[in-house]
Ligand binder design. Structure first.
Ligand code: ZN
Length: 130
């Protein structure tokens, strides 16, 4: 799984501030020194129209944020979280399945779980703002 993480860590997707964002949230992981700031543009149907992130830290935290922005663009993130059954393998491309599998490999390293999940929690709090 390391290859995918390294690739996303080195070449993060959707980095920077996206135009006309409506919500944002920040997080900081003092254990590792990771920082992430997520920007997203929600439309009236609560669909994530666009999103991006700024951050610094270890490869896993950057990769996780990068993968997150790829997977959730154009989707209803709250619904994805609430109704996990909706994220079926059939609705994902083979690449996305590999990516998720690669991130779940991180769970073998408890110290790294915070790095891997921080961006996801941050996106959730950004979506839930106002
Ligand atoms: Zn980290």
């Amino acid at each position: 799984y390391q290859e995918i993480i390294l690739d996303h860590g080195k070449n993060p997707r959707n980095k920077g501030k996206c135009d006309g964002y409506t919500n944002d949230a920040k997080a900081h992981n003092p254990l590792c020194g990771d920082k992430v700031h997520i920007f997203l543009k929600l439309n009236n149907e609560k669909l994530v129209e666009d999103l991006s992130f700024e951050g610094e830290g270890c490869a896993i935290s950057l990769a996780s944020a990068s993968i997150l922005t790829e997977l959730t663009k154009g989707k209803d993130f709250l619904n994805m979280i609430k109704n996990k059954s909706k994220i079926t393998l059939n609705s994902l491309t083979e690449d996305q399945v590999t990516t998720i599998t690669s991130l779940s490999g991180v769970q073998e390293f408890p110290m790294r779980v915070k790095c891997a999940t921080m961006a996801w929690h941050t996106l959730l709090s950004a979506v839930e703002k106002k």
